[in-house]
Design a protein around this ligand. Sequence first.
Ligand code: FBP
Length: 552
Amino acid sequence: MNLSPLQKARYQYQPKLPGMLRNGIADICVKEGDATQSVADQDKIKALFPNTYGKKEITFVKGTNTAVAKKQVVGVILSGGQAPGGHNVVCGLYDALKAADKNNVLLGFKGGPSGLLDDSYVEFTDEVIDQYRNTGGFDIIGSGRTKLEKTDQFMVVEDVAKKHGLTAIVIIGGDDSNTNAAVLAEYMAAKNTGVQVIGCPKTIDGDLKNEDIEASFGFDTATKTYSELIGNIERDANSAKKYWHFIKVMGRSASHVALECALETQPNICLIGEEVAAKKMSIAQITDYIANAVEARGNNGENFGVAIIPEGIVEFVPEFSALIKEINEMLAGSKTDEFNALPDWAAKYAFIKAGLTEESFKVFDILPQGIQQQLFLERDPHGNVQVSLIESEKLFSELVKNELAKRKLAGSYKGKFGQQHHFFGYEGRCAFPSNFDADYCYSLGYNAFMLIQYGYTGYLSKVSNLSKPAEEWNAGGMPITKMMNIERRNGEDKPVIRKALVELDGKPFKYFEAHREKWAIETCFTYPGAIQYYGPAEVCDLTTRTLALEKG
Ligand code: FBP
């Protein structure tokens, strides 16, 4: 492998563990907290998870290790979208396993959950692990989005686990993948297999969090990467003074990524899906909101600007989300095949017209054809619309352009409107993890082993107090069922982890709200620059603005 100088240097980086995990495994004991319950639909979730529901939160503290010693054979998978730091979770888990007993084994199942079904795996050794320390990507074993939900799939996993003598499976994933983890944990417990299942909170989207899980890993690095790029574009816009840049950023549902990037770069516009939904804003109102800023700046001679559009916005516009829900129901079951078999767009259009309510069809009909077609692209295996494939940045810039043309005719708008479009998503998912993510991920993996050693199952590895230096971080576990509720997926009611959306009364949004009017009209851009890995802590070990404001 050809190594860049940075990669060589990062191999030498020693991730920082929470103070209490530095004691040595023999000196870590458990403090049990209160019993938990799910965020909603308690009776239904309890009935579906009779063996894993309602367990206690736990924290690791200094004290004699009381875990029963046994040889551990652990399987690990990386699941869902890539997020910087995934390799370090594997490295932390491996190091803890080997520190406890060098005969312990870590198997990496390849390609996400399907690796467990296909029994496709690699046994990790020092040599393999050392090539991936502090690196971005999930290429150590790959990832995938196969949903584990059917009994016959669980039976296959059970057989694979038996074959290898697995004592535990660690699932590193987002909300959908950790829903898989909870369901698998319940199955393994119900069947008395002795196989524990532990999850680790991953997703650049930042929507797998609650009062216990302060952040999902990867959010820090991904938003810093996007913010660097957005800052660079702002500087270009401010130099050339001739373009409005419409920048879509990832975040399949919640707008945490967009909000964090806005806090870092102070653009003219940043839409927040959760606010759009709360205010029940229509497509026309959003268009007006952006056009007002373009007009005001244009009339001041500033024919440039930056607008951040969260990837998930379309599902938050009430008329659009109603349309998507109808499309999802329309495509449920075998209907997708029927739709895909139609010969051309005209036939598909007729099928859609017949299937939608009059109201939703009206919304559908005002969309450019490209966007209409994007709404019918394949769902992911969890039944989600693949919003990364919907070009909402182009949708809004086009609608704004039309609106400005009207205003020009009416004489209110005197500026010029040149558009550029960008989508920042994949660029940030495999960056070298920031020091924060390198430390956090290594700690999550190390801590996952502690949960395994103490016999827990259906738990998420939890590392908290993250706005403080790593020395002061806490480590423990949270039952996954605590985050669950019942939601409609693929036309059926399913138990799933509830996504954490941007809270409109939370400090990050409040800060943004207090400043955005000024940012819209004046040019207040800030240029964060690239992630720094070496240098003073105040430059290299910064957390996100979101975390700093939430915990500050
Ligand atoms: P996870 O929820 O699995 O972490 O993935 C999130 C994400 O990065 C979204 O931001 C994006 O919409 C989606 O993955 C893209 O998925 P894919 O990699 O399958 O194109």
